[in-house]
Design a protein around this ligand. Structure first.
Ligand code: ADP
Ligand code: MG
Length: 309
């Protein structure tokens, strides 16, 4: 206790060594902009831009690599979901969900950047076309995505943007879900969330009821998982991507109305070449017109375990 009293006395006598800077530096989730050194751009989506940085407060090259997500600033406005995205990621702890590390704020002001762990192999969309490793790996990735999603659903969140571009690769045997920008909480007792769609919506990943009635639910994430599964088994080949396949099927008249018509006529993406029959059946179950008929992530986890044997 005498030591503490001495320290307090010293701080009172020497205000310049005191408290804010010292306190901030001890909170590991506070990142200071001046120590973040940009290395390269990692990618971007509709809302964010992600950069690889080295955080090096000692300034001797020993710092750690982190992924820094900033919102693309449109007309200087900050999207209202940005703080929610950060809060949601902060509350999630799972082996198959990208880890939150902290935030970086403008001097005294709003949080401007989200700091997360860096996954060196990028998204599945970057990884799969270059490093095809075959069915066993695809089934393992599919199961890991289901495990991350099962956890997310257990916390009553729906993702709403599950797609290969939003699944990140740590190494040849580990993937994690990233990008919680469209994630919503479903209160106990409710079964869906209604969102008015804007023109940037990932419509080719959306279930039929999302397109028709803007109704998002645990079951609509399952539909998007089916599309993600299709992407995995086509190695994220650009020529076979969901947008290009559906566009071909629609011909000249491309619109959400036409897409709804196709889906109502029971048209679905084709079975990828070399895709095991059991996986094709699962994909089709994920794309059942009636949301209640679709499987759950826990059911899918068991199925992927069984196929693997
Ligand atoms: P948006 O909300 O704009 O879609 P994302 O969070 O999906 O932004 O990030 C965009 C892209 O940046 C991803 O598709 C991926 O290629 C890359 N990326 C995002 N987070 C990481 C990370 N932690 N490590 C490595 N690459 C990442
Ligand atoms: Mg994204």
């Amino acid at each position: 206790r005498t030591v503490l009293r001495k320290i307090t006395e010293i701080i009172i006598k020497n205000p310049e060594i005191s408290p804010s800077e010292t306190l901030c530096n001890t909170d590991p989730s506070v990142y200071h902009k001046r120590y973040l050194k940009m290395i390269r751009r990692l990618g971007e989506g509709h809302f964010g831009e992600v950069t690889l940085c080295k955080y090096d407060p000692a300034n001797d090259g020993t710092g750690e690599c982190v992924a820094v997500k900033a919102l693309k600033q449109e007309n200087g406005l900050v999207r209202d979901g940005w703080m929610k995205e950060i809060e949601i990621l902060k509350s999630l702890y799972h082996a198959n969900i990208v880890k939150y590390k902290g935030c970086c704020s403008e001097l005294g002001g709003q949080v401007v950047q989200l700091i997360m762990e860096y996954l060196p192999l990028g998204s599945l969309k970057d990884y799969l076309p270059k490093r095809k490793q075959g069915m066993a790996q695809y089934l393992m990735f599919a199961k890991q995505i289901c495990q991350g999603m099962d956890y997310l659903h257990s916390k009553r969140y729906i993702h709403r943007d599950l797609a290969a571009r939003n699944v990140l690769v740590e190494n040849d045997s580990l993937v994690k879900i990233g990008d919680f920008g469209l994630t919503k909480y479903i209160p106990e007792g409710d079964i869906y969330y209604r969102v008015r769609e804007d023109s940037l919506s990932p419509v080719y990943w959306y279930a039929i009821e999302c397109l028709k009635e803007s109704k998002f639910s645990f079951s609509s994430d399952i539909w998007s998982f089916g599309i993600t599964l299709y992407e995995i088994f086509t190695h994220c080949d650009w020529h076979q991507s969901p947008p290009s396949k559906f566009d071909k099927m629609m011909g000249d008249q491309r619109s959400v109305m036409e897409l709804i018509k196709l889906l109502e006529n029971k048209v679905r993406l084709p079975c990828p070449k070399d895709c095991p029959h059991e996986v094709k059946i699962l994909m089709e179950q994920c794309w059942a017109a009636d949301p209640a008929q679709r499987p759950s992530f826990s059911f899918l986890i068991e199925k992927f375990e069984a196929i693997r044997q």
